[in-house]
Design a protein around this ligand. Structure first.
Ligand code: SF4
Length: 386
């Protein structure tokens, strides 16, 4: 299949939704290759042959979640009494190790609002002196700052006041849009049991983060039953919200991977060819200042294809903790990632969880900003100082 459009006739970022859908359905290798070259040029013009990453440590605050997404291997519903949340002492040990390894980002992540579904979660919080999961997140993020580690908080959908509260102690925050399609919340589809996967609620959180000037990460999850049109609509939704608030520092394009013991364990992940086309078209749709990230542990062996398709970030890499979302996929060692990136003709550069253009008091609380400056954590151009 070929298209009626070509990268020579369409200016970047002026692509219409129907043209993007048509591109995703293309199978003409030469035509795809022409679009790919063009997407790579767009990325090179902004990112100057540089691919970034951050060193992180994963703090899974709780595996309980009030949702039940069909593909999720993170959530556990049977947790021994008293272990509903990771205890502060255990987390402190993780933070100590992270500091020792000179990690920059603490990725604080968890299931959505477990206390709304599990009375034992609420009990645990109260017994430990917290009224809500958000209060506990704040406590841990504050603790991380004392270790000179920068929190990136990924706490699911949050209300305006919760975001405002957590902004004080975070360098950046995130919420995957995953998909703008509410169809996937219908009976028998992956988000049917997940009230927080209502795209309207997710877009409200993303919008509120913009109003509050929080450097933000969002993204889409590919291969969970969405159509090409829905993929394109998701990308356009992120583009549109960013054009209003300018807060999306990066968009993750993540390929679904089947997890054992989940309703989708026998589903196939999306093909590398499809993922490549989505990266190309995302580079065309999204404003150039939004970095496009693909997790390298989910496309191992194909990294160069994605560099050529226009990505500019590999995301968080941890040498201390594993990928709790995709535990079967080990992160590559940094040395290997450096080598691969170099083979593609690019330079691998470490960044903080907050991108260089957001490193100022407009976007960060004075507490986080002062820590970064007084501890001399960044180079003159805003990357991680080693
Ligand atoms: S909301 Fe997140 S943690 Fe909860 S079930 Fe869905 S994917 Fe898993």
């Amino acid at each position: 299949m070929t298209s009626n459009y070509s990268p020579h006739t369409i200016l970047p970022h002026s692509l219409a939704e129907n043209q993007a859908v048509e591109f995703i359905k293309l199978d003409d290798v030469d035509e795809i290759s022409a679009w790919k070259k063009s997407a790579q040029t767009i990325a090179n013009n902004v990112y100057q042959h540089q691919i970034t990453y951050t060193t992180n440590v994963f703090v899974p605050l709780t595996f309980l979640c009030r949702n039940a997404c069909d593909y999720c291997g993170f959530r556990h519903s049977r947790i021994p009494l008293g272990e509903e949340y990771l205890k502060p002492e255990k987390i402190e040990k993780i933070l100590e190790t992270a500091k020792h390894h000179r990690v920059s980002e603490v990725l604080i992540t968890m299931g959505d609002k477990p206390e709304k579904k599990y009375p034992n979660a609420q009990k645990w919080l109260l017994e430990h002196g917290f009224n809500s999961t958000v209060e506990y997140i704040y406590y841990i993020a504050e603790k991380a700052l004392t270790f000179e580690l920068l929190p990136h908080i990924n706490a699911g959908t949050l209300a305006f006041d919760e975001l405002r509260h957590l902004r004080e102690v975070s360098a950046s925050m995130g919420l995957m849009l995953e998909t703008i399609s509410s169809r996937l919340t219908h009976r028998g589809l992956p988000h049917a049991q997940s009230p927080d996967k209502n795209p309207k609620i997710r877009m409200t959180t993303i919008k509120n983060a913009g109003t509050l000037k929080i450097p933000f990460t969002s993204g889409i999850l590919v291969g969970i039953g969405e159509t090409p049109k829905e993929i394109v609509k998701s990308l356009f939704s992120l583009k549109n919200i960013h054009e209003k608030y300018h807060h999306l520092q990066e968009v993750i394009i993540q390929n679904f991977q089947p997890q054992k013991h989940t309703p989708m364990e026998n589903f196939s992940p999306p093909s590398i060819d499809l993922m490549e086309k989505i990266i190309i078209i995302a580079r065309y749709i999204l404003p150039p200042e939004i970095s496009i990230q693909i997790p390298p542990n989910l496309i191992q062996g194909h990294e160069l294809r994605f560099i050529e398709a226009g990505i500019s970030d590999w995301g968080g890499i941890s040498s201390i903790t594993h990928d709790y979302i995709n535990p079967g996929h080990k992160w590559p060692p940094i040395a290997q990632l450096t080598q691969i990136t170099r083979e593609g003709g690019y330079r691998l550069r470490e960044r903080l969880p907050v991108y260089p253009s957001y490193l100022n008091l407009d976007w960060l609380s004075s507490r986080v900003y002062n820590l970064i400056r007084t501890r001399n954590l960044v180079t003159k151009d805003g990357y991680r100082k080693r």
